[in-house]
Design a protein around this ligand. Structure first.
Ligand code: ARG
Length: 464
């Protein structure tokens, strides 16, 4: 069975032919880089227009190429295009089809260009488009959090540290924490977009070209701010994709934290929130269950996105300049991370929009666990002039007393309090309530409903 051209005995079973079929399988990128078709054709059309304008090719050839490319684009958009693995990648697939449509003139398109600057251009355009798409999704999610914040600006809930009840906060304040995080995510995508918006086109293979090209023209045509200034850099760096993935990984990490909170809060032990039916599932065996699957999946998909960042960092690490075929491995992680992030953002927006907090459960939990102990200590400082360390100690003794009696701090009698510190006045009870506690935290950025409303107003203005 095995002649010289047949597949390797050890691992070639699934290949029909010899090493050339295996080479094709490992070499081809058309299976995934077909997603760059629109960008590839936009880049080629800009290049062809420039070749015509500079007289490098004739006007009529330039026009024929650009019109032919539009036909190719519409075929691809209609799903009426036969992608060929033998033609390796999107660049050669498009060019081969162009040749079939307009004849040998198509061969003039690749003057003063290489697939190296071509793919760098395509990919930059694609990632730039994703930055814009993610920005829109982030704004939508911020608006959903903002609506929650507004509805619960003074809804008291427990604030946690170490997942232990720490101090009462408001629902609005907690929601706005995510608005802040997502706003920084927007900033990261915006910064990355601004930095990546330079054109590699015209760098050719790595050294530039001997033809009198006009890189300003193609840059302008493709919406880039300027041509990249170093042709070696232009074809060899993928830092723009890494920045996109870093921003995506950080953003997904933010989403995963709220996803985790939803999982905890919707559990029977907490009952802080109810997720809508739209974003919950039942169990096939346990009829009582409402599982927060969408939240769990948002939490889990963060792993994929962070993984994509690590994958591309690892591909790029130690690569000598300029282009190496290793860099073909840049696309799949970025495509997958972008798709996954967009899905996670949409799922999270839906969950946040539908989310119903339970004010009674939140209030009850906020009052439990001696959450106003800090308020008591602060009162001892303010009213009795105790040093904070001593006030902390006195409060600790009062918490111990309440714990022994199995009651809350507010349930201790004045006598019991005075047994710990004789100076305590009846006004102490004012600070032990959760509403007073949150209202008192009126420092800038604090949880007091007045502060929260001020921040809500600021965000409403900012988001329009
Ligand atoms: N498919 C290739 C990639 O994605 C295009 C560039 C090929 N360049 C080359 N010199 N073989 O990187």
């Amino acid at each position: 069975m095995h002649d010289d051209r047949s597949a390797n005995r050890m691992w070639g079973g699934r290949f029909a032919g010899g090493p050339d079929a295996i080479m094709e399988a490992i070499n081809a990128s058309i299976g995934f880089d077909r997603r760059l078709a629109a960008e590839d054709i936009a880049g080629s059309r800009a290049h062809a227009a420039m070749l015509g304008a500079t007289g490098i090719i004739s006007d009529s050839d330039s026009r024929a190429i650009r019109e032919g490319l539009l036909t190719v684009l519409s075929e691809i958009e209609r799903g009426d295009f036969a992608f060929s693995t033998a033609l390796e990648d999107i660049h050669m697939n498009v060019e081969a089809r162009l040749a079939a449509l307009i004849g040998p003139v198509a061969g003039r398109l690749h003057t003063a260009r290489s697939r190296n600057d071509q793919v760098a251009t395509d990919f930059r355009l694609w990632v730039r488009g994703q930055c814009d798409a993610v920005d829109g999704a982030l704004v939508a999610l911020m608006r959903a959090f903002l609506a929650q914040a507004e509805a619960g600006a003074d809804m008291v809930m427990p604030g946690f540290t170490h997942l232990q009840v720490a101090q009462p906060v408001t629902w609005g304040h907690h929601m706005l924490a995510y608005v802040e995080m997502l706003a920084r995510d927007r900033g990261r995508f915006r910064d990355a977009r601004a930095r990546m918006n330079e054109s590699p086109l015209g760098a050719a293979a790595l050294a530039g070209t001997s033809f009198p090209i006009d890189r300003e023209m193609t840059a302008r045509e493709l919406g880039f701010d300027r041509p990249m200034a170093n042709s070696i850099d232009a074809v060899s760096d993928r830092d723009f994709a890494l920045e996109f993935l870093s921003a995506a990984a950080i953003c997904a990490t933010h989403l995963s934290r709220f996803a985790e909170e939803l999982v905890i809060w919707s559990s029977a032990q907490f009952r802080f929130v109810r997720l809508s039916d739209r974003f919950s599932t039942g169990s096939s065996i346990m009829p009582q269950k409402r599982n927060p699957d969408a939240a769990e999946l948002v939490r889990a998909k963060t792993g994929r996105i962070a993984g994509a960042l690590v994958a591309l960092l690892t591909v790029m690490k130690g690569l000598p300049l300029a282009y190496s075929k290793d860099m073909q491995e840049d696309k799949e992680p970025v495509f997958d991370a972008a798709d996954t992030l967009m899905l996670a953002l949409a799922a999270m927006e839906g969950m946040v929009r539908d989310l119903r907090p339970d004010p009674a459960a939140l209030r009850q939990a906020a009052a439990a666990g001696f959450s106003t102990a800090t308020d008591l200590a602060d009162w001892l400082v303010r009213a009795l002039g105790l040093p904070f360390r001593e006030a902390h100690h006195v409060t600790g003794a009062l918490v111990r007393l309440a714990e022994e009696k199995g009651c809350d701090l507010a349930d201790l009698s004045l006598e019991e309090m005075r047994s710990v510190h004789p100076g305590i006045q009846p006004q102490v009870y004012d600070v032990l309530g959760v509403d007073n506690s949150v209202a008192s935290r009126a420092s800038y950025g604090g949880t007091a409903p007045d502060q929260v409303r001020r921040q809500i107003a600021r965000w409403k203005e900012a988001l329009g």
